[in-house]
Design a protein around this ligand. Structure first.
Ligand SMILES: NC(=O)c1ccc[n+]([C@@H]2O[C@H](COP(=O)([O-])OP(=O)(O)OC[C@H]3O[C@@H](n4cnc5c(N)ncnc54)[C@H](OP(=O)(O)O)[C@@H]3O)[C@@H](O)[C@H]2O)c1
Ligand SMILES: [Zn+2]
Length: 375
């Protein structure tokens, strides 16, 4: 993992979380004074960065782990690469063995509470105990039904545990996962590509391409990071989209999300959606809740809705849009389809609203990411 030493400073470091969260959590417990060491948070930030850069897909959370020797040297690091692969802690322990560094009496820094259950792999708590680790710090507790209990198991084995040392960053790393674990349905991001006046197609029906090449490249990156992309039969039939995630050079990205079409009509045999790309799932329903249930059963954590207007309207109306990705091109059509239609709002105060999270220019296109406020 040596090449990672050159990476830029992660956001979590700029906010100097050790001055706030560690102090808040461990100030009364002098035995946990070690957690206030800036190095613990630097290591946590590195573990977070690795986990976020590791393009692991599937139903599991992204997790990173870093191990220090008794003397505080980095012994090894690891990330979880998705279902069927070892957990981050086990990867880090293997890395330490490869590096010839003992972790006996050392410290484990993990982005999520180590698991105590035996799933596809053995419990990480046991692996850490067996390796002789003395201290474990993790960013956030595991809220999933089969997770949790890790901190307790470690404490019972005599390990000093600093829990929830940066829950905000820990949650952010696995935003969709935390959401779907607590709500039982996938996290929903609605993508819109519109003109300044909120149109997605001109009066004659022409709609490609409203936004800049940079905006489209950005949208492809997002596709490569979600579990599923969803459109209605209207868009599938009118545009014949492929809904693949492509790299800048046009090649298919390694991870292809599930391609989901909702609606009652049949797609032609020659539809591009049936061609190369992720698995095609046709859900014969117009009910957003029902569609999300089908996706939840398939362990989809994050679905990206790419239109069209009818489907977008249905999700907004049902209050099922957690995040909006709005690509706005400074051009005006004055007529044509609007991005959403009647969502049942008669007065301003009743309008669904999201909090702006990110704003940036992508070539000529303005990009706004906005999220439902947590609560
Ligand atoms: N600029 C953009 O960002 C963008 C993105 C996407 C699409 N578009 C444009 O939007 C146009 C298509 O719009 P659209 O509204 O027809 O597309 P759509 O929302 O993709 O599909 C609508 C169809 O989906 C089915 N459906 C599924 N759930 C529904 C629900 N809850 N309510 C209503 N219908 C539901 C219905 O067909 P069934 O009878 O089969 O059930 C309906 O006719 C195309 O011209 C496309 O180019 C633009
Ligand atoms: Zn584990």
């Amino acid at each position: 993992m040596s090449s990672d030493a050159t990476m830029g400073l992660p956001d979590v470091m700029r906010s100097r979380p050790w001055e706030k969260s560690a102090a808040a959590h461990v100030s009364d417990d002098t035995s946990l004074a070690w957690v206030k060491d800036e190095r613990i948070f630097l290591m946590l930030a590195l573990a977070m960065q690795w986990a976020s850069e590791c393009n692991a897909q599937g139903p599991n959370p992204r997790v990173g782990c870093l191990l220090l020797t008794k003397d505080g040297l980095v012994a090894g690091g690891g990330v979880h690469r998705g279902a069927g692969h070892h957990h981050a802690e086990v990867e880090a322990l293997k890395d330490a063995v490869r590096n010839g560094r003992s972790v006996a009496g050392g410290t484990a820094i993990v982005t999520l509470e180590p698991c105590a259950h035996t799933g596809r792999t053995g419990p990480c708590t046991q692996a850490l105990i067996d390796a002789g680790i003395d201290r474990v710090a993790f960013a956030i507790s595991d809220p999933s039904p089969q997770g949790g209990g890790g901190a307790e198991a470690l404490r019972e084995a005599g390990i000093e545990v600093a829990a929830d040392i940066d829950p905000k960053a820990g949650r952010e790393l696995n935003r969709a996962w935390f959401h779907s674990v607590s709500s039982g349905r996938p996290y929903v991001t609605l993508k819109t590509a519109t003109t300044l006046d909120g149109r997605i197609a001109a009066a004659d029906g022409t709609s490609q391409w409203i936004t800049s090449p940079e905006a489209r490249a950005h949208a492809h990156e997002i596709r490569a990071n979600v579990d599923a992309i969803l459109v209605g039969t209207g868009t599938a039939l009118a545009d014949d989209p492929a809904l693949t995630a492509r790299l800048q050079d046009g090649r298919l990205a390694e991870h292809q999300p599930l391609r989901v079409v909702m609606g009652l009509r049949e797609l032609p045999a020659e539809a591009r959606l049936r061609g190369e790309g992720g698995e095609l799932v046709i859900v014969r329903s117009r009910d957003p809740g029902e569609v999300l249930e089908v996706l939840a059963q398939r362990e989809v954590r994050h679905v990206l809705i790419e239109g069209g207007a009818s489907v977008a309207t249905a999700f907004v109306r049902a209050g099922l849009v957690d995040e909006v990705h709005a690509y706005v091109e400074p051009m005006v059509l004055g007529a044509g389809r609007s991005v959403v239609e009647d969502v049942g709002v008669a007065t301003l105060a009743k309008a669904p609203r999201w909090g702006t999270h990110e704003v940036k220019a992508l070539g000529s296109t303005a990009f706004v990411a906005a999220r439902l406020k947590e609560g």
